[in-house]
Design a protein around this ligand. Structure first.
Ligand SMILES: Cc1cc2nc3c(=O)[nH]c(=O)nc-3n(C[C@H](O)[C@H](O)[C@H](O)COP(=O)(O)OP(=O)(O)OC[C@H]3O[C@@H](n4cnc5c(N)ncnc54)[C@H](O)[C@@H]3O)c2cc1C
Length: 403
């Protein structure tokens, strides 16, 4: 039987994340939207709390990093594990503030990459680092197979040269997971990721971007000029397996896309909760048992938005649950990201519309959430790219056959 409730074993974690979001993130949400580029120092205490939960074992996936597949496990029982816990707690935190979640120490998207593809030695060595993720370049966004940053082996080091743009947490993180090619001629199979520690000579943060939304999160341009990193910092295998192609690097996305979908779910929920309160204050009863044509237009719209929200939430949970149960989830991860990204933009803007001038003003956070939402439909693969990935998978076509 399908049970659409959140698993009971994660209830305490979800509740804890919600309390943190309500009491620690919401109160400083507007402050850091206005103070773009200022580090939210309040997050240090929160990050320490999350570390404490992690080391005590009290949290299974309290943050954005709990996304490792246990491929060798003999345990074939159905699990609601760390991936599911992560997406649900991330959604709760983003109900508080997505920009702040994105700049939470040690919870970067680079941490998810490390968790997904690092070997055991690297996992131990990079434990506790705060890692950003740098794929995008001035000439390469969606077409990530075309990156031109190079990594040339020299003894027991790689020498990195190139420029990365729009790196979330690029200035604040302790390290950056950088995608670079070992040999452009060998195509996408030669793209590997490298952990580059902040302060490594040759790595330079050039500037920070000013943005529409998620202003609490820093977004950096970083250059690498003859930047030497230990060969042991290459994540995964250094072999170029032309047959496997891009599979290794892309495996990261199977884990990070559901997390971004969860962010969208959290932001949308925030808008819906506020609109629900406004409708109730205005004397509009939301009745789930009455057909929509017998309710006000505003309530009918709310019910439609909420249904769309639930569809996105269930797809997100499904993609994470599949990872917990060692099932290939690339299609579902892209479906969740596509659906949740689009849903969040639509829901947050519709909530601004429903609330009229109040929605558009800074009196409340509705206008902020409508600005914060758009990025969730862009990074970790745009809406259009997710649909392309899904179409390729359903039709059994390669990236060369369907562009
Ligand atoms: C605030 C912010 C934070 C970011 N953080 C990071 C980060 O931490 N690390 C990182 O590496 N990158 C990051 N990015 C970059 C982000 O991942 C890219 O912006 C994204 O991948 C899209 O690339 P692009 O902007 O070059 O757009 P393009 O790839 O040039 O695409 C432009 C438009 O064309 C569409 N399009 C492209 N190809 C196709 C196709 N084949 N079919 C149909 N439509 C297509 C796209 O969907 C898009 O709408 C961030 C971006 C922003 C704005």
């Amino acid at each position: 039987m399908i049970n659409l409730e959140a698993p009971k074993k994660h209830a305490a974690l979800i509740d804890q994340a919600h309390q943190v979001a309500m009491n620690m993130l919401r109160p400083i949400s507007r402050k850091y939207d206005l103070a773009e580029h200022e580090y939210p120092k309040e997050l240090d205490m929160l990050a320490a709390m999350i570390d404490g939960l992690d080391s005590s074992g009290a949290s299974e996936g309290a943050g954005a990093t709990g996304v490792r597949r246990d491929a060798d496990s003999d345990d074939k029982t159905v699990k609601n594990g760390a991936n599911l816990a992560s997406v649900m707690s991330v959604a709760e935190m983003c109900w508080g503030d997505v920009g702040l979640l994105l700049t939470m120490p040690r919870q970067g998207l680079g941490n998810s990459a490390i968790a997904s593809v690092a070997n055991d030695e690297q996992l131990a060595r990079f434990k506790g680092t705060w890692a950003a993720m740098a794929i995008t370049e001035p000439g390469t966004g969606s077409d990530s197979a075309n990156i031109i940053t190079t990594a040339i082996k020299d003894g027991d080091e790689y020498v990195l040269n190139g420029e990365k743009i729009f790196v979330t947490s690029g200035e604040r993180a302790d390290s950056v997971v950088v995608w670079a090619t070992l040999d452009k001629k060998l195509g996408r199979a030669a793209i590997k990721s490298f952990v580059v520690t902040k302060g490594t000579p040759g790595m330079k943060v050039e500037r920070l971007e000013h943005k529409l939304g998620i202003r609490a999160s820093d977004t950096a341009v970083i250059t690498f000029t003859d930047c030497r990193v230990p060969a042991a910092n290459l994540l995964g295998s250094p072999e170029v397996d032309v047959k496997a192609g891009f599979a290794g690097a892309m495996a990261t996305f199977d884990n990070t896309r559901p997390l971004v979908a969860a962010m969208a779910v959290g932001v949308a929920r925030a808008s819906l909760d506020l609109i629900r309160d406004l409708l109730t204050e205005a004397g509009q009863d939301i009745d789930y048992d009455k057909p929509t044509y017998r309710q006000s237009a505003a309530v009918a719209k709310f019910l439609q938005l909420e249904a769309d929200y639930e569809a996105a939430q269930l797809l997100t949970m499904q993609a994470a649950w599949m990872a917990d149960n060692r099932k290939a989830n690339s299609t579902e991860a892209s479906m969740a990201k596509a659906k949740a990204g689009r849903m969040c933009s639509d829901v947050t803007l519709s909530c601004v519309e429903l609330a009229g001038t109040f929605g558009y003003s800074e009196a409340e956070l509705l206008e902020k959430w409508s600005r914060d939402s758009k990025i969730l439909d862009i990074f970790e693969g745009t809406q259009q790219i997710q649909l392309l990935v899904v179409a390729r998978r359903l039709l059994g076509l390669s990236s060369a056959e369907l562009k």
